[in-house]
Design a protein around this ligand. Sequence first.
Ligand SMILES: *Cc1c(COP(=O)(O)O)cnc(C)c1O
Length: 389
Amino acid sequence: MSAPATAVDPMLATYKRWPIQFERGSGSTLYDPDGKPYLDLVAGLAVASVGHAHPDVTSAIAEQAARLLHVSNLYVTAPQRELAGRLLSVSGGMRSFFCNSGAEAVECALKLARKWGGPQRRGIVATVGGFHGRTLGALSVTGQPSKRASFEPLLPRISHVAFNDVDALEAAVGEDTAAVIVEPIQGEAGIVVPHDRYLAAVRDLCDRAGCLLILDEVQTGIGRTGSWFAFEPAGIAPDIVCIAKGLGGGLPIGACLAGPRVADTFTFGDHGSTFGGGPLQSAAALAVLDVIEREGLLDRARIAGARLREGLRSIFGSHSVRGRGLLLGVVLPSPTASRLAAAALQHAVLVNDVAPDVIRICPPLVITDAEIDRGLQLLEEAWHEVTEA
Ligand SMILES: *Cc1c(COP(=O)(O)O)cnc(C)c1O
């Protein structure tokens, strides 16, 4: 049967897409079907941390694909075991449950916290503006009413308190609280960075209340902010850490990491995932971790981030740039983020309008100084067009 004359969109209307198609990528550059290059300062939403088509990741995937794609979690595979070992060492001793996305990592964290808490401690305290994913459990802790409204009622016994406000958290945490869940830097809310003592204060509060601390590092983790995890500079140890985006180099893999207080909570049958941590995704993630180490990308995220931040400050004003490493937000003086992103696209630079007045810039960690400088120049031109219009 041929398609009807007035073709309907074959996909559900969940994303408003930019009118551009990409066919291949290399490092920090994407190419459209005509071969026109675009500088990618979005990295597939903080996913392509080692850049597009990194040869080590490509060959790890190709070799693993030729060997074995999938056996389920009923059996052992070397890539998965090795990946869990690597995550154990970079996290200071946390054990992994593998899944396929950020939302799934959060689901696992919530189940782990609930089982750990038992019938008396079922509550979860989350933050206003926080984003944890679109599945019903993850959505229940997400603190953005517009994303929740059509799907209520969501999980019970969840409260949301202001982010970066320890007093508000203290008032909400009680004897029935199983866990506090928080992002070290709120990503989807517009790169909102708490004060330097916030995470340590949240950790301290959780200890006093006897509840768990879950950190959602789906966006901030795996080198994005200049350390393996964004919690490291705070000098704390969370009980549970969720990771996903940057882990698989573009393949879908997430992990819920559990520290010693909770790692023995699940027993066989409590949780599962058919595809989670399959050999292909795990081989890709191992290659990503190797590249980050060998190419010194944790340091590079800090150094490149400082250069990018400096340049953005000179374009947009010194108080307008926030974030850490290569996870930056630019706060615009008016709600012009989508116009700026559109103008940037005309200049062949990709940025993300994460909020009406904030653009998010999260390029591959392999971005070069020359690419940063060119991106800044093109963004400045785009911004002039927006402000002169
Ligand atoms: C993106 C994101 C998620 C959801 O990840 P998905 O892979 O889209 O399910 C959860 N938490 C944070 C902090 C995120 O940035």
